[in-house]
Ligand binder design. Structure first.
Ligand SMILES: [Zn+2]
Ligand SMILES: [Zn+2]
Ligand SMILES: [Zn+2]
Length: 412
């Protein structure tokens, strides 16, 4: 299926010199933007490097420094070309664009936090006629009292009179199919705490009665000492407990889960030295808050790997697969304790394998809160930049998704 967004912004892309967001296909323009470093947001860039290499090309690419660094840490993206073309802008900085023919234009742009991948931003485009907001992928944890949520809230409150909105609707319940809290899954912090709690229980030494009973707080002092962990597993756990943790890295957000666990259990984070994406993983982990050392997997309590046959796993390894898609495709399963968001896949066939709901995209409920704060006028236009997940939406055309989204937002 063709992507639902082609990189062009109404009005702004038509101005002299041109402008494209999160897309490098088609005619060359003067101003490119990348919201964040997931590959579906800079498609065509690898091939476009040949054009950028040419001295006569005067295109530039705006993004945050983090995004630029993450892209250049990927295989096939060349620092010697891209570092000349990237124009790094910080969150909150307002800057003007140029026309190809006559210098500076009247279009200004401002980046805002998106709470997605490190360096991910929303973008606000303005001139004397229009205001367009492009959200990129984003998570708006409206009820969470964190610095990033507060920043996002004040940005939204100060951003009035949007004419055109480009919106990430990955978790939108477009057909009203999902019941109850499925549309209101918890913030990332809660899920991380639940995962750490589970790992703590499953690796617990049977006679470690000194553990605190305080269930609310999740700090490393409460955790069993995992220092001295080695591949023989002499450090943690009783005879029948689990010895280490594997985090599957095929889905978004795994770095946050793995880093949180490494943090909580005072371990390094093991990344396979042969992983072709090692540099990228390392770069993302370093950009997340906290201080975790990257090591080889056999020296770490927490390690990552893509795929089923990880050579660092044993039958005493807890395997965790964080993903957003559990919400939509695999609701069946065995709940771990009271958590709705952690499910052991099959305690008989595959004990110790847990699917965990972890999302870098706003839940349906959070989207509602986002739209409320944005308070669009009736005549504002809305364009989805993603297709919502869900089996019954897969068969719908992009046009159907667009018009159904409009209908739904009218009711909000
Ligand atoms: Zn993304
Ligand atoms: Zn995306
Ligand atoms: Zn493993």
């Amino acid at each position: 299926m063709a992507p639902i967004f082609d990189g062009n912004l109404r009005h702004f892309s038509e101005k002299p010199g041109g402008l494209k967001v999160d897309d490098f296909y088609g005619d060359t323009v003067a101003n490119y933007f990348i919201s964040h470093a997931h590959t579906d947001h800079f498609e065509g860039l690898k091939e476009f490097q040949d054009i950028l290499r040419d001295r006569s090309n005067d295109s530039v690419i705006y993004c945050t420094k983090e995004t630029g660094e993450l892209i250049m840490s990927r295989v096939g993206y060349k620092r010697e070309i891209l570092s000349n073309k990237f124009r790094y802008k910080a969150v909150g900085e307002r800057f003007s664009l140029r026309h190809r023919e006559n210098g500076v234009s009247d279009t200004t742009v401002e980046f805002a936090r998106a709470n997605h991948l490190p360096g991910a931003v929303m973008m606000l485009f303005k001139d004397k006629h229009y205001k367009a907001l492009y959200t990129g992928d984003f998570r708006f944890e409206s009820y969470e009292r964190s610095e990033v949520t507060n920043e996002m809230k004040s940005f939204l409150e100060n951003t009035t009179d949007i004419d055109i909105l480009y919106l990430d609707i990955t978790c939108l319940d477009l057909l009203g199919e999902r019941k109850g809290d499925k549309n209101k899954f918890p913030c990332k912090r809660i899920i991380l705490e639940e995962i750490a709690d589970m790992v703590s229980t499953l690796t617990e030494n049977s006679d470690s009665s000194e553990r605190s009973n305080d269930e609310d707080e999740c700090n490393s002092e409460d955790r069993p000492d995992s220092e001295g962990f080695d591949s023989e597993g002499s450090g943690v756990g009783g005879p029948d407990s689990y010895k280490n943790v594997h985090v599957d890295c095929s889905a978004l957000g795994w770095q946050e889960v793995a880093k949180h666990l490494a943090d909580q259990f005072d371990s390094s984070l093991g990344i396979c030295p042969k992983d072709p994406k090692k540099k990228l993983h390392q770069c993302i982990v370093e950009l997340l808050s906290g201080d975790v050392k990257i090591e080889t997997p056999h020296k770490s309590f927490v390690h990552n790997s893509n795929g089923a046959d990880c050579k660092y796993c044993t039958d005493r390894t807890i395997r965790i697969k964080p993903s957003l898609k559990w919400l939509f495709y695999e609701l069946e399963g065995y709940s771990y304790k009271q958590s709705t968001w952690i499910r052991e896949k099959d305690p008989v066939e595959e004990p110790g394998f847990f699917n965990v709901l972890y999302s870098l995209h706003s839940s349906h409920y959070e989207l509602q809160q986002f739209m409320k704060l944005l308070n669009l006028s009736r005549k504002a236009e809305i364009f989805p930049i993603s297709r919502p997940l869900g089996e019954n939406i897969e068969g719908m055309s992009n046009n159907e998704v667009r018009s159904k989204t409009k209908e739904l937002f009218k009711k909000w």
